[in-house]
Write a protein that binds this ligand. Structure first.
Ligand SMILES: [Zn+2]
Length: 613
């Protein structure tokens, strides 16, 4: 058996604390790993101070030295050099008894990043190979938020090398990973994938780590490890700092040993002083071989919100369904807006869709409007949510608020950048894109909270995605639609289309897709409007014939409207040849247009249905 694992059979080993924290406190202005090449003496000194403080195990200064993170500093071509140098430095600092772990950090962070597993594996394997070849005593995978990423790389490493693997997850909650997996289950899976030591590091200080470990069983074929942060993060004089608590840290270390931890170190904010206190407080302790596991108190998620109304997906799958877009005003005189909502409601339209500051222009909050619509009318509000205006905290609180208001029809969109709107300097947040936002809403539908804990009630979101067929290559747009469908989008709403051919083309390109589409129709209101759409809106082209027809009646308002309605009706005829879903976009709050078109749609679809019957 390998010496490290052999030693752990009967002993507790003390690891080191943070390297980055010390370098930052000394004025580091690049990534800590760059110092392996430029200031190897400083890194070596930190290793030595940890060993002097009592670390039996140290880790290479390579946590963030992966391709993606080094790219930010223009160092992505130095991955191998940085790892090789890190092992050389650690070896210089180590004495004969010191174990050196080659550290590798996870790629997938707190945001749901779109990195493919295969690409992560490719880059991580280069790091692991360099560390193994340079002669480390074990590989430490740490700060992994994503279970799939971690188990995948453990398997790949164990297939190639006979070297101890220490694998640590990072959880934002004491009981669950972000995706709702119980930490105990997750660690058992990590052990089953081949890790020799499994545990947790980062995010939590010693108190919350102790809570986590109270729920963790001793794995059958692996040891437990824990590297807590020093404390919660505090802000003092605009600087982040951790509490000055080394003595306390040592005391909690003793409790962690009683929970079965055999390899104990420190993560962010910990210093050689913390390690000194751990060393002295655990001296004389022997590893435990059995423990009491406290079960997690579980909330039963059975109390689902029951909605008497059929959602739009099942409606449109079973019958012709009309949704109408009516955007909230830019001003506070809302009389006309709610009068129009009443007209749509009286006309038995299935839903009214409310954009979220579309074209990056400020309008009254669509949630406020939807909430009033819910109270006063029967028509269902469909609320658009853009990723532009809210960060991950705001988006999730927004979704929970919508659920509380029983507003369940949502459209997730990435959103137009602020540059195109009236406030070009406003920050574009984009913590996630529409796909990431859809995944969050679906997690809420499974009853899982933002940090993986129970929501106590499942949300009931029916999620729409946007589909723009007005592009040069429809294949690309269809592939994006397929991706949205894979991530869980329930149905799609298209941008307005202006030709029968386009509607047929969309049908042919999407008929293999098992999700309903609402086809957008927006009446052209005048010759000038036609010219604007044709010449200034990207992707939209009107035929020469249509432009000529509008030009011919341009001085006659009545005839212009008649033409507009006639052309829109022709489009609606074609929509209903292929689709149940019709999405009418109200031009300039002119709800009389949409009402006439909605009534027309109802008249032709009800006769079609009768004919079928
Ligand atoms: Zn940390």
């Amino acid at each position: 058996m390998n010496q490290l694992l052999d030693k752990l059979q009967n002993n507790i080993l003390v690891a080191d604390g943070a390297i980055g924290t010390i370098l930052y406190s000394e004025g580091l202005d690049t990534c800590p790993e760059a110092y392996n090449l430029t200031h190897p003496d400083k890194v070596e000194r930190i290793h030595r101070t940890y060993i002097e403080a009592g670390s039996d195990v140290i880790q290479t200064n390579t946590y963030g030295a992966n391709f993606e993170k080094l790219k930010v500093f223009g160092l992505e071509h130095k991955v191998k050099d940085i790892h090789q140098a890190a092992v050389d430095i650690a070896k210089k600092a180590a004495n004969d008894e010191t174990f050196i772990l080659g550290t590798v950090g996870g790629f997938r962070g707190i945001k749901q990043e779109d990195l493919e597993l295969s690409s992560i594996q490719y880059h991580t394997e280069i790091q692991v190979a360099t560390l193994v070849e340079a002669g480390v005593d074990g590989i430490l995978f740490e700060t992994y938020y994503d279970l799939e990423e971690l188990t995948n790389i453990i398997k790949a490493t164990k297939r190639k090398y006979d070297i101890p693997v220490i694998a640590q997850l990072t959880a934002l909650n004491t009981n669950y990973l972000r995706n709702g997996t119980e930490i105990n289950d997750a660690l058992q899976q990590v052990a089953e994938s081949g890790a020799d030591i499994v545990g947790l590091n980062c995010h939590h200080g010693p108190h919350h780590m102790q809570q986590s470990f109270s729920h963790i069983e001793l794995p059958n074929h692996a040891f437990l490890s824990c590297y807590p942060n020093a404390s919660l993060l505090d802000i003092e004089n605009s600087k982040f700092k951790y509490s000055d608590n080394a003595a306390y840290f040592g005391k909690v270390a003793e409790q962690l040993i009683n929970e079965g931890v055999r390899l104990i170190g420190g993560c962010c904010g910990t210093t050689p002083e913390h390690i000194q206190y751990i060393k002295s407080s655990i001296s004389g302790l022997k590893p435990v071989s059995e423990k009491n596991v406290v079960p997690i108190t579980k909330y039963i998620n059975q109390k689902e919100q029951s909605s008497k109304k059929q959602n739009l997906t099942s409606k449109v799958k079973s019958r012709p369904t009309i949704i109408v877009e009516l955007d909230t005003p830019k001003h506070l005189d809302t009389d006309l807006f709610f009068r129009n909502i009443k007209k749509l409601d009286d006309a038995d339209i299935d839903a009214v869709t409310l954009a979220d500051n579309s074209l990056a222009t400020v309008r009254i909050s669509n949630v406020a409007a939807a909430s009033i619509i819910k109270q006063r009318f029967d028509i269902e509000p469909l609320v658009h949510i853009t990723c532009r205006d809210r960060n991950l905290i705001g988006l999730q609180s927004h979704l929970l608020g919508l659920s509380l208001l029983n507003i369940n029809e949502i459209l997730t969109i990435t959103g137009d950048p602020s540059k195109i709107g009236h406030l070009p300097g406003a920050t574009n947040v984009y913590d996630v894109n529409s796909k990431g936002l859809t995944e969050i809403a679906l997690r809420f539908n499974r009853g899982i909270n933002t940090d993986g804990d129970a929501l106590k009630t499942k949300t009931n979101f029916n999620i729409a995605g946007a589909f723009d067929p007005n592009v040069r290559k429809l294949d690309g747009a269809v592939r994006r639609l397929e991706k949205k469908l894979e991530s869980g989008t329930h149905y799609f709403i298209t941008q307005p289309v202006y030709s029968k051919e386009k509607i047929k083309e969309v049908y042919e390109a999407t008929k293999h897709i098992d999700a309903p589409l609402f086809i957008g129709v927006m009446p052209v209101t005048s010759y000038n409007n036609a010219l604007f759409l044709h010449n200034e809106v990207p992707g939209i082209k009107l035929s020469e014939d249509i432009l000529a027809q509008f030009e011919a009646v341009k001085d006659d308002k009545v005839k212009t409207k008649e033409l507009s309605i006639k052309l829109s009706k022709e489009l609606i005829d074609t929509v209903h040849e292929y689709f149940n879903g019709l999405y009418l976009i109200t031009p300039f709050q002119k709800v009389d247009y949409t009402l006439e078109l909605a009534n027309y749609s109802k008249s032709i679809t009800s006769t079609t249905q009768e004919a079928i019957l």
